[in-house]
Design a protein around this ligand. Structure first.
Ligand code: B4P
Length: 190
């Protein structure tokens, strides 16, 4: 089973590259950002709470996202593997994911970390804000999201580095160029 964590700061291209990987490797895409946006759109109790945090550029509580991922893994017992996109975002989430996958006997294969300079991240997200109107793609929220990433999320890369599972990929260039780099790493691991 191939379990890939696609990792990186906001706007690094996790969602963009996940779409390509799921097609080529027949994996199930689990994006906590997409699941949360769906809850917001349906105005569920969870969505109403999550909306405030997302618009402020803050992380949603660990127990909420861990519960979401637990359910999705349970719903996809027959999957060939998973792409975890935007999860785990804290060390507590990483520990919970490892436990969930261990109980399935299918550990994390690798954490692919997309490396993109901060200025480029801001430009990409501001551009998406203009095109798609996502409410968290504005200057103040982007700054907060980057700060949350530095403080709470970047330690997740160290957590998997200690397990020998960290693979870094330059996230600058065209989407196709970056995808070719990712494929090379995934194929080498297969
Ligand atoms: P996410 O939905 O995960 O959003 P993201 O990190 O901003 O997106 P991503 O890196 O996937 O960027 P994308 O490919 O779209 O999270 C949103 C919020 O949800 C978080 O702030 C948090 O509040 C909450 N949340 C989610 N998961 C959570 C968790 N586990 N725990 C707690 N809270 C959680 O790319 C961005 C833009 O760049 C796109 O417009 C794309 O077209 C463009 N782009 C991509 N690649 C490019 C390239 N090579 N060149 C130029 N542009 C490119």
């Amino acid at each position: 089973m191939l379990n890939i964590i696609l990792f990186g700061p906001p706007g690094s291209g996790k969602g963009t590259q996940s779409e390509k990987l799921i097609k080529d490797y027949h994996l199930v895409h689990l994006s906590t950002g997409n699941i949360l946006r769906d809850e917001v759109a349906r105005q569920t109790a969870l969505g109403i709470e999550a909306k405030k945090l997302m618009e402020a550029g803050q992380l949603v509580p660990d127990e909420v996202v861990i519960g979401m991922i637990r359910n999705k893994i349970a719903e996809n017992r027959e999957a060939k593997g998973f792409i975890f996109d935007g999860f785990p975002r804290t060390t507590a989430q990483a520990e919970a994911l490892d436990k969930l996958l261990e109980s399935n006997d299918t550990p994390v294969s690798m954490l692919l970390a997309l490396e993109v300079p901060e200025e480029e991240l801001k430009q990409r997200l501001l551009k998406r804000g203009e095109i798609e109107g996502r409410t968290d793609d504005n200057e103040t929220t982007i700054q907060n999201r980057i700060l949350e990433y530095k403080v709470k999320t970047s330690p997740v890369a160290d957590y998997y580095k200690a397990k020998g599972k960290l693979v870094t990929v330059p996230g600058i260039g065209s989407i196709e160029e970056i995808y070719a780099r990712i494929r090379k790493e995934v194929d080498a691991a297969l």
